[in-house]
Design a protein around this ligand. Structure first.
Ligand SMILES: NC(=O)c1ccc[n+]([C@@H]2O[C@H](COP(=O)([O-])OP(=O)(O)OC[C@H]3O[C@@H](n4cnc5c(N)ncnc54)[C@H](O)[C@@H]3O)[C@@H](O)[C@H]2O)c1
Length: 452
């Protein structure tokens, strides 16, 4: 089939590479000329495991271009542009609206491709895109039906290709049988797992075929927000219990295992730590709360999850205050900047909140991250963080280290040697991944989250 993807970001690029790999002819459009030029040369503008490698493999099936390269004779048009949060919590649909207008002015033919909305959008957005496209086409004299499907994306950054090849479910929200059928064909190789597994993404043991769930567009739009909010609430819940565990003398790792082995609860997303962040959770929960407000229905749990998450980041500052007493004039080294391992994404990263708070309190903040530091060096976040080129430079002269992102390499660092470079040997393990015994033996003051 022929598919055009609009937006070459984390989602659009992953979707394009996946669809090309399973045999479709894919064209990916972006308004960012630099991004397109890089991709045409095979350079991937984001850090996501396997994307560069697969891009080379699928080059005969995948092309990139700007809007001038738009071709309306395709089967499906997938919208994967950003939907950042506004100050009031609402999702900003400026990019989706602009894509809808572009499509409306460019879809002049009599047979229209199915328009698929993969961006995370508020309730009613599929209908909104449909009406904008229809309005912009009003002078074509064509009565061809405009079909917009809501097909939310559930991939996780850091495991994006894995999740695209082996999803748990594909949700398709549409009232048009024709459109649902097109999506079923687009996803057929994934639904039936008929493609050859890419070498570095083997099919997980025990993987069962994904469900193809058809819903109304409204349900599909709500499913996405509800899924992300549920996961954020689960993390905030274990973090709240972690706070109590510290006070009563329990170990949150034991508590999490004890409750997570209950199949009704499950172990994933029960790791206590500095809290959730990233491009999606924060803005999606806020958007859900905003939708509730519009219906005069307070989303009590969702709001609580945000408050717990905010407190969780503050807790790191409190731990530093309790260990160092005086923050002003101290040097704090952050291990990790990205909001989670496997990505260079710094959107709503806990590291930035923690760094900015420490800087406000008069500390000098250094950070080491294996892939995301360039975003700070390029001044994308306007933060006053000094980037260290290696863990030794980070530790040198530091009063404390704070592990913020659980990059696997941080578990193997020679902490004993690093400690010798530090002014004070304090380590805050914001993800509970370090060997506390070994660190204490090496003379460190070790503080985890929810651990006494
Ligand atoms: N990143 C994730 O982990 C993830 C997971 C699931 C869902 N989502 C959702 O998917 C959507 C995309 O997220 P992302 O992280 O890939 O965003 P992103 O910011 O990484 O990429 C968006 C891309 O769209 C391009 N773009 C914007 N307006 C355009 C236009 N008018 N024409 C052409 N290109 C345009 C931008 O230049 C950019 O390259 C969002 O709604 C997000 O909430 C993201």
């Amino acid at each position: 089939m022929r598919v055009t993807v609009i937006g070459c970001g984390y989602v659009g690029l992953t979707t394009s590479v996946t669809l090309a790999y399973i045999g479709h002819q894919v064209h990916c459009i972006d308004q960012d000329e630099n991004r397109i030029r890089a991709l045409q040369k095979g350079i991937v503008p984001v850090h996501e495991k396997g994307v560069s490698e697969l891009l080379g493999e699928v080059k005969d099936h995948l092309t990139f271009g700007d809007w001038d390269s738009f071709d309306q004779s395709v089967d499906a048009l997938i919208i994967a542009v950003g939907t950042p949060g506004k100050k009031n919590g609402d999702a900003d649909l400026i990019y989706v609206e602009s894509v809808a207008q572009e499509l409306g002015s460019r879809l002049t033919g009599d047979k229209l491709p199915v328009i698929v909305n993969k961006s995370t959008v508020p309730i009613g957005s599929a209908r909104r895109v449909e009406s904008v496209v229809r309005y912009c086409r009003k002078n074509t004299g064509s009565n061809a039906p405009v079909m917009v499907v809501s097909c939310p994306e559930f991939l996780r950054e850091g495991a994006a290709l894995h999740d695209s090849f082996y999803p748990d479910r594909i949700v398709v929200g549409s009232q048009h049988d024709y459109a649902v059928n097109i999506l079923r064909q687009v996803y057929a190789p994934i639904l039936e797992q008929t493609f050859n597994e890419p070498g570095f993404f083997p099919r997980p043991d025990g993987y069962t075929l994904p469900a193809f769930i058809t819903t109304t567009p409204t349900s599909a739009e709500l499913i996405k927000y509800a899924a992300n909010t549920f996961l954020a609430i689960k993390i905030s819940y274990i973090n709240e219990i972690a706070g109590l565990a510290e006070r009563v003398g329990a170990d949150i790792r034991e508590v999490a295992r004890g409750i997570g082995l209950d199949k009704r609860i499950g172990l994933p997303y029960l790791n206590a730590g500095v809290g959730w962040g990233g491009s999606c959770f924060g803005k999606d929960i806020s958007a859900l709360i905003h939708i509730g407000d519009q219906y005069d229905f307070e989303m009590l749990l969702s709001s609580a999850a945000i408050n717990v998450n905010r407190r969780q980041r503050d807790e790191i500052i409190k731990k530093l205050q309790s260990a160092l007493k005086v923050i002003r004039g101290s040097t704090i080294g952050l291990l990790g900047l990205s909001f989670k391992p496997g990505t260079d994404d710094l959107r709503d990263a806990p590291s930035l909140t923690i760094a900015n708070r420490l800087i406000e309190l008069g500390a000098h903040v250094k950070a080491y991250d294996p892939v995301a530091a360039y975003r700070i060096q390029n001044n994308e976040y306007g933060s006053n963080i000094e980037c260290a080129s290696d863990p030794e430079m980070l530790a040198s002269g530091a009063d404390a280290l704070v592990l913020v992102t659980e990059w696997s390499e941080f578990m193997q660092l020679p902490y004993e040697q690093l400690g010798k470079l530090m002014r004070q040997k304090v380590i805050i393990d914001g993800r509970n991944v370090l060997d506390s015994g070994a660190l204490k033996d090496a003379g460190f003051v070790y503080l985890g989250v929810g651990i006494c």
